[in-house]
Structures are given as structure tokens and as C-alpha cells.
Design a protein around this ligand. Sequence first.
Ligand code: P53
Length: 485
Amino acid sequence: FERFAGFPDRFLWGGAISAPQAEGAYQEGGKGLTVADMALRYDKSVSRKERKYVDRQRIEDAINYEGTDKYPKRSGVDFYHRYKEDIKLCAEMGFKVFRMSISWSRIFPKGNEQHPNQAGLDFYDQVIGKIVDYGMEPLITISHFDLPLHLVAEHGGWKNRELIDFYVRYATLLFDRYGDKVKYWIAFNEINGARFTPFNSLGIYAEGSEHFVQDCYQAVHHQFVASALAAKILHKKYPEAKIGCMIAKFTTYPATCNPEDAMLSVIDEQIDNYFFTDVLLRGTYPRYIHRYFNEHDISIQAQDEDFELLKEHTADFLAFSYYMSSISSSKKEDLEKTDGNLREQLKNPYLETSEWGWQIDPIGLRYTLNTLYDRYQAPLFIVENGIGANDTLDEHGEIHDDYRISYLSKHIEQIRESIIDGVEVIGYTAWSSFDIVSSGTSEMSKRYGFIYVDLDNHGEGTLNRIKKDSFHWYQKVIETNGASL
Ligand code: P53
């Protein structure tokens, strides 16, 4: 029997960012507006529900607002102008892979033009060229929470079947242009985001819909078909290239050994996670979702060929983000609560929490890797994992982020354990390569990077990049292929 000793030689170490959180320059180079440009900065006093459901008035207000202060994703961390320095620093850390997303609206400003915007292509030619020049593999997310606003305003977002064609046109162009340089693709960031951030993920407003949940599942169905078509087209042109599906993995444990809790955790896993990966990796709608749809009075419009496409063009790998675990309880009222991100979490007394209330659970990552691999036997790619913290500079201008080193090293140790368990893990891209604007709240102070960006919540700062202690630590981890942990 083969012994799985630890990280394989060609393990893909790296870091991740997304276009709407990093690039800024939201009106440069002919870029169109996106849902991300409409994302307000929130502080902790704003209710989770308000963050989750976006109405038309809020978008009207945003469109009429000139400037970037209330909408920090519009300026990001200026990756648009500083990508050379940023990519160079990542190469210096030794990254084997650099995960980023392409902004649909830089290529097709409205999302559905017949011809692409040359300035957008020029920008990504440069960025991808640089990554490859440094010997890193680009891992490209085709759509990361930045749907062109026109597709929302004029077409109703992903609940409209037309979006499949628009997405396919965009993805095909990317494959044609970058297929020689890019071997790893992700069709949609956190496709299960539909369940916790429907506006960012699907472009669906909370109000004005007769059956909101049905609209969300209809929209997700269209994203499934778009994912299958992307896989079909990519594989035809580039048989060696790989395209993954991706979810935000919400691993959940039964709160107690009460069978009610245990059963609830099974259902939560199905509805929050497995539904999406079952369709995209097994190629069929799982039977448990029939019950869910019936009980929630949901019916989906589909064409017969959709199911054939899903069956035939499944994803090549399962990518996921993992930040925390949660618990499922039939007696929610009895338990203490903690923040989570876009939804409230019950407090697990065995875990510590981050400054933002996320429950830190490294063993949960090994648990997750094992359970996902048991289910799919597909290569797994951890494409986000990290801790948001309000890093500060000391009197020498240094950042001693030992809490980040501790978080990441404990998680990476558990990845190694899972590899020894026999799980096939192809790579790890920490969130995030350098500090960027938070996705959920658009705060700058919620930092994840190995590199500090001098910028505050109000867009003030020099934008200088400063290596944190974790930079040097991660460099060593990569150099020794995990042996230095
Ligand atoms: P922020 C919620 C729960 C787990 C992951 O999140 C999530 C979200 C949505 O916010 O999203 C991913 O910045 C997402 C990244 C994001 C990262 O998690 O809200 O793919 O874009 O930055 C961390 O702390």
C-alpha cells in the first residue's frame, strides 16, 4: 500500500484575492458598474438581515452617489494600478499558484455586448502574463460576486435564463484568450452563496418577488447549467485544463448527541452544501432536494437538455472556502449566539472565535476534507482559508500577526493530517494574498493578508504595502513544502 506521507511535491501553495475587493478603478478602462460597486460599508451595528437583503432603493441611492467613501469596493486596494508590485511580492513568498477573479464588466461592461472591451482584455493580459512570468499557476474565478449591474437592472439577474448565454460568451472568450496560460478555473465563487448573499451572488432583490426562495433556486439552476456549459467548452478546447465548482463550506456538527440535533445537521449539510456539489460533481439533482422543493412549494423551470448537460459535464475538482464551523441544534433558544458572517451562529463552547465572531476550528478542516472526499472521491482544492483581524503597526512600523500565523499553521497541519488519511488535496490558497476590502461588510479593517496595505475604512492612507510577520512565516512553509510547520 502507498503511504501518504504529507504534502505531495507538486502541492499548489498560494494565496487568493478577488477583483471586486482588490482592483478598485471602478470606472477606469471602460469598466461597467457591478453589484460590488453598490456594496455599502457596514459596521457591526448594522443588522445581518439588512446586509443580506438588498432592495431597489438602496441601489438607486448607490448609483446616484459619486465617489468611493461609502462604497469601498469601488477603490479596492488599487490592484488595478499596483498589480506588478503585488504579484512580485507574492512571487517572493514563493507562491506556486495565484488565485484571482476576472471582472466580467471590464470585459463586457454591460455583461452582454457582442464585442469585448479591449482595455479590459489588455489589463488581464498584463496581469496573467506577470503571474506566469514568475512561474506561478493562475487560478481564475470567472465570476466572484461582481455581476454587471446592467444584467440585474435590465435582465433581472440570474433568474433570467438569458444569463446563461451571456456568461457562456464571456467564459468562452476567456478560455480562447487565456487557455494557453491558465490550467485551473473556477466557474463561480461560492455558488451556494445564493443561500446567504442572494444579491451579490445572483443579482436578486429581496422585494418585488412573489416567491423569493423559488427565484433563488431558479437562478442557481441557471448557474448550474452555465457551469456545465463552461466545462464542456473548456474541455473541448483544452482537454488538459481543469474547471472546478466552488462552495463556501459550512461544516456543521450536531449540538448534542440528541438524535434530533444529529438529523438536523445532516439536513443542514445537504441544503447548505451538498445540494450544490451533488449537482455539479455527481451531475444530478439529489433526491433529498425534491422533498425540500415540495415542502417549500418551489418549482424550477428547466429544459430536458439541462439534465443531460449536467450529467455529462461535471466539474473536475471541488474547490471550497473554509473559515469556521457551526452547529445545528433543535433547541436554538437555549444556546449562546456568536456573529458568524451573514448569518447568526450558535456558539460552540469548545472553540475560540475571531474578532468578528467566527469560530476557529482547524480540526473541522480535516473533518471537512475527509467527509467531502468520502462523498465524491474528487480532487479537493482549499481556495480560501484565513482569519480577518484588525492588524496594527507597532512603533517600528511592523505587523506582528502571530494570531494569523497560529490560525494558518493549525489549519495547514490538519490539511497534512487529511493527506495522510488518504484525502487527495491539490492545493491551498490562503485568504488573502494581501489585505483587501472585506466581502461581507466592505471594511478595510478586517484584514486577511500576508502583506499589509496602508488604507483605512474611509479610504485614507498611502496604499503602501508592508510585509507582515506572516509573510516570512508562509515563505518558509512553502519553501519547505510544509516541513517547517
Ligand atoms: P469577509 C460568508 C461566509 C463565508 C465566506 O469574508 C464568505 C462569505 C461572504 O462574505 O465569502 C468569502 O471578507 C468570499 C470572499 C471573502 C471571504 O469569504 O466578509 O469568497 O470574497 O472575502 C471572507 O470577511
